[in-house]
Design a protein around this ligand. Sequence first.
Ligand SMILES: NC(=O)c1ccc[n+]([C@@H]2O[C@H](COP(=O)([O-])OP(=O)(O)OC[C@H]3O[C@@H](n4cnc5c(N)ncnc54)[C@H](OP(=O)(O)O)[C@@H]3O)[C@@H](O)[C@H]2O)c1
Length: 311
Amino acid sequence: MTELNIETRFLHAIEMGLGAWQWGDRTYWQYGHNYGDKEVEQAFFASLEEGIRFVDTAEVYGSGRSERLLGQFLNKTEQPVLIATKYFPFPWRFGKGTLPRALKGSLTRIGVESVDLYQIHWPTPLMATDTMMEGLAECVKSGMTRTVGISNFSQSRMLSAYSALAQHKVPLASNQVHYSLLNRTVEKNGTLARCKELGIRLIAYSPIEKGLLTGKYSVDSPPPGTRGRIYAGLLPRIGPLLKLMTEIGQDHGGKSNAQVALNWVICKGALAIPGAKNAQQARENAGGLGWKLTEAEVANLDEASDAILES
Ligand SMILES: NC(=O)c1ccc[n+]([C@@H]2O[C@H](COP(=O)([O-])OP(=O)(O)OC[C@H]3O[C@@H](n4cnc5c(N)ncnc54)[C@H](OP(=O)(O)O)[C@@H]3O)[C@@H](O)[C@H]2O)c1
């Protein structure tokens, strides 16, 4: 690994980033209804002001709009920002060469010469892991990305990716997966522990469970669109957890539920990337940093979350 001198440690020094799926996505997040370009620009700059320097986007977010908006925002600041984007394994993309080609497209949209992390968005049965990893290795060797990662990979696929990349002397920097107080699969099945063992940064997406852990949604006031349907079964059961989160937040000088949810993810040793639609949400989320839940509080939150997840 030292031969290419690929350094992945910077990812372990970051506790929180900003998710950019919301930027331009009309189908899931209703971009253009109650928020738009102006609001996400303000979310980006509020995050920078609060010390968040890592943005997670993808070529498919808003069909490229998320990457283009990021490029526009970067042009308006001198501050260094770490960029993570993703390759989507569309079924018509074959061969390792599709990865560097897709990355070139992302670089053009963002308007930069290289990114800090290039991830495979989802595993696919249509391309062998070895081929995908060869493509990722090419992306590093060409200088278009500093490091490479995967997303939504199970533990066994992650280990295959790790070994395949090692053949090219490229370390696997990260695995981006769903992880929150309301989804602890990666904690329970050992993926988080294995990541720590191997120096792979676990990047936690949906860390506030798409807004549910803020406490603003309820059975009587469910989230709009797809989320309302997905969470219809979960919403009636989360009251006791939200109540505990509020109590714990009060013991820390009035931290909000979103901040407690994010701090819990960080205490577990993962990098949280909450999405924000506006500056207010971005600022509040950044307040999940700079303090720590006690071990006893984490254990109590685990117990309250288990009571929901195991019921
Ligand atoms: N690799 C993958 O497959 C994958 C999948 C999902 C996400 N991601 C990444 O992870 C990021 C975050 O995940 P996510 O967007 O799914 O979920 P999330 O961060 O748990 O939730 C984001 C949503 O919660 C609400 N919200 C955020 N902060 C809030 C606050 N302080 N107060 C009240 N409401 C707040 C907003 O929606 P409302 O205001 O509409 O409630 C926002 O759109 C994404 O942006 C993306 O970069 C990756």
